[in-house]
Design a protein around this ligand. Structure first.
Ligand code: SF4
Ligand code: SF4
Length: 96
C-alpha cells in the first residue's frame, strides 16, 4: 500500500553537496534602501531567507537551496546575484 507524503517529507529526501561559497549574493544596500515588500522572505519554498535582527541584513541559507530560481524572479529590485552552484555542488533531487 502506498504511503502519502507531504511536500516537507519529500524535500527531506533530497541530498545536498555543500559548497563553502554561496551561489547567491545579496546587495544589502538595495534591500535596505529600496525594498519594502521583502518578497524573498515569503517566496522561497525552502524558507531560506531571513532578516538579521541586529544588522537588518537579509540572510540566505544557501546550503539548502533547491535551485528553483523563484527568489531571483521575485526580487523586483535586482538585489540578487544568483548563479547555479559550482559543478558537483548543490541539491541532488530524489523522487524528482
Ligand atoms: S526582495 Fe530583493 S530587494 Fe527585497 S529584500 Fe529580498 S533580496 Fe532584497
Ligand atoms: S532558488 Fe529557490 S530554493 Fe533557492 S533560495 Fe531561491 S527561492 Fe529558495
Amino acid at each position: 500500500m502506498a504511503i502519502a507524503m507531504n511536500v516537507e517529507s519529500k524535500l527531506g529526501l533530497d541530498a545536498f553537496k555543500l559548497d563553502e561559497e554561496s551561489h547567491i549574493h545579496i546587495k544589502q544596500g538595495i534591500c535596505k534602501r529600496d525594498c519594502k515588500e521583502k518578497y524573498c522572505l515569503f517566496v522561497c519554498p525552502a524558507h531560506l531567507y531571513s532578516v538579521n535582527k541586529e544588522s537588518g541584513d537579509i540572510c540566505v541559507e544557501f546550503e539548502g537551496c533547491l535551485e528553483c530560481g523563484t527568489c531571483r524572479i521575485a526580487c523586483r529590485y535586482g538585489a540578487l546575484e544568483w548563479e547555479y552552484p559550482r559543478g558537483g555542488f548543490g541539491v541532488q533531487f530524489r523522487f524528482g
